[in-house]
Design a protein. Structure first.
Length: 591
């Protein structure tokens, strides 16, 4: 009979709703991903219809001055305010905090690369902990300094964990955040069990512990930082900073415990914007190379091995404005080469390769076309061969460009992938479990971090779009530009709006009950106000309650969500079974 079909659908759906939270993602990925996509899209349209219905009913009450029409005004004003607060922080950068730099590394001892971001507008760094499968937990934030613009991860205090060093443009300082976490600080969670019931891998849950930042004076407007071993003591625990306005670099020698003395200063070219450390002359001593935007050249400072450096040698770069650099042996001859990006205005940018060999350093130069207004370049082994490829972020076309090394010292035509608005940094890392190098970009105007999973053959698919303090998971089958725009411009604002609107209603209802002096209503009122402040742009006040608000939204909210889903699923299953067994006939229609 036809009426049995919807009941069977209800039964299957209810069962799925109950069991989906207990299915390991890896064992139900195909169905699970499609259900995520379907649920999110349907949910967005349902929320939009709900908002429209609320506005229409409230306005009708106001127009007729029906009982409760004054309260309808409160609802409308609150709705408009929440809509504004949902869109405004996203557009103005209060949600994403203007990420300027991104790095990857294992900060929590579970052998999965986590993502660390320097947030220029909020004066902090965010850590997104990897769940082991390329999905990330909500961000933990840590104070850094004024206008952090670049960071590195390295073991500064020789205790076998990754610390953070970040440059702060506005305060002309370097901030060092020492990682004091131990393995005991984290709850070890099973990621997957193999068919023979053996533990495959784990990921750690818990907030990494970092000391409050220790600050050290740099030059004027520090914009880039790199790590290296400059004094021959071993370990990449010394630091070098490029100072854009004072046209020099600051070298910080580690005392061995993660602290630093006064910086040593060396002059370079005009407006240095990027810096790296590597052994260019093969004397087993780290040297320093600097990209100079104003003088369109690179400066090389050869290391002495005792913490000091020779005067800069300058090498011209063909073309216009130099914006970034990366190092690596790109032609496989055993000598470190240099990749430099050039901004040519509104025309496609250029990627210059300065090669070194036994006859000298940077003796030849080749050039390749890349994205418009390139801002960052990094090297990585994208296709698991013996040659390093190059990845460029270009804010002029909002793309990440992947240049494949042809194995003969040259680079083939690039593949490009939409990243987000104004990608200003890009890096590579092993953030997924497929064993391939993934891409991670920091998008300044989108206020997020975009990840790209490596599918092989130089093809990538969008992964997670990460925002400071929150996470948005894109289903694995929503790959194209339309869906990226859909989630960036519709999903995120509506999500923020609905959280705020929900908090508004909770606060409103709790306030009315609060007058009856109910303990439960008092708790609801306080929680709702905290959540509202988290989403309303109130500067330091918002930041002060960010962690507490995130906990309220993440832990109790997730528990309630799961309980509701399981309860609804049980209700659907019970209703369907009763009808199918003939216990209840009231739901039966006619053939």
């Amino acid at each position: 009979m036809k009426q049995w079909i919807p009941l069977k659908i209800v039964l299957i759906t209810g069962l799925f709703m109950m069991i989906q939270y207990f299915i390991p993602r890896e064992e139900a990925e195909f169905f699970y991903e499609y259900m995520i996509d379907f649920t999110i899209i349907i949910g967005i349209f349902a929320l939009a219809l709900g908002i429209w219905s609320l506005v229409r009913v409230s306005w009708d009450k106001i127009r007729r001055k029906a009982p409760g029409w004054i309260y309808s005004w409160v609802i409308l004003i609150g709705l408009v305010a929440m809509l504004f607060f949902g869109w405004w922080p996203y557009r103005a950068g209060n949600v994403g905090d203007q990420p300027e730099s991104v790095a990857v590394g294992d900060v929590d001892f579970d052998q999965d690369d986590d993502i660390v971001v320097a947030n220029y507008a909020s004066d902090n760094v965010s850590i997104f902990k990897n769940r082991g499968n390329g999905l990330f937990l909500s961000a933990y934030t840590y104070d850094a300094g004024k206008a952090p613009s670049d960071l590195v991860l390295t073991d500064l205090d020789d205790d076998n964990d990754l610390d953070i060093a970040v440059v702060n443009q506005a305060s002309n300082q370097v901030s060092v955040l020492i990682n004091n976490s131990t393995i005991e600080d984290f709850e070890r969670v099973r990621k997957r069990i193999t068919p023979d019931r053996k533990l495959d891998s784990i990921f750690n849950v818990g907030k990494p512990k970092f000391d409050k930042p220790a600050s050290y004076a740099a030059g004027e407007t520090p914009v880039a930082i790199a790590r290296g071993d400059f004094d021959g003591e071993g370990g990449l625990n010394d630091l070098v900073v490029a100072n854009k306005v004072s046209n020099n670099i600051s070298v910080f020698i580690n005392n061995g415990d993660g602290t630093f003395g006064d910086a040593r200063t060396y002059n370079v070219g005009v407006s240095p914007v990027d810096v790296y450390a590597a052994d260019f002359n093969r004397d087993f001593i780290n040297d320093i190379v600097v990209a100079n935007e104003g003088s369109s050249n690179v400066s090389l400072l050869l290391g002495e091995g005792n913490g000091s450096f020779q005067s800069a040698q300058n090498f011209a770069v063909d073309g216009g404005r130099v914006t970034a650099l990366a190092t690596g042996d790109f032609d496989g001859n055993g000598w470190i080469d240099l990749a430099v990006t050039e901004d040519t205005g509104d025309e496609p940018g250029r990627l210059h390769l300065l090669r070194s060999d036994s006859t000298g350093i940077f003796v030849t130069q080749d050039s390749y076309q890349t994205g418009i207004k390139p801002t960052a370049v990094t090297g990585g082994n994208i296709n698991d061969d013996e040659f390093r490829d190059l990845v460029v972020a270009s804010l002029g076309d909002n793309m990440v460009w992947v240049h494949r090394n042809d194995g003969e010292g040259g680079f083939a035509s690039a593949n490009r992938f939409f990243s987000g608005r104004n990608p200003v940094d890009v890096t590579t890392g092993m953030i997924t479990e497929n064993g391939r190098t993934a891409l991670i970009s920091a998008n300044e105007l989108s206020n997020n971090i975009a990840t790209f999973s490596n599918r092989g053959n130089f093809d990538f698919e969008p992964g997670a779009s990460l925002e400071s303090g929150d996470i948005l998971l894109l289903g694995g089958y929503l790959r194209n530009y339309f869906y990226v725009q859909f989630f960036d411009n519709i999903m995120i604002p509506i999500q923020a709006t609905m959280f705020s609107l929900l908090a508004f209603y909770i606060a409103s209802a709790a306030y009315r009950a609060f007058r009856a002096r109910s303990l439960l209503s008092t708790i609801l009122l306080v929680a709702a106000l905290i959540i509202m402040i988290r989403f309303v742009p109130l500067g330091p006040i918002s930041g002060a309650v960010s962690d507490l608000s995130s906990w309220l939204l993440k832990i109790p909210n997730m528990a309630a969500k799961r309980a509701i889903f399981i309860g609804v699923g049980l209700g659907m299953v019970a209703t369907a079974v009763k009808v199918l067994l003939g216990v209840e006939r009231g739901y039966m229609g006619r053939d």
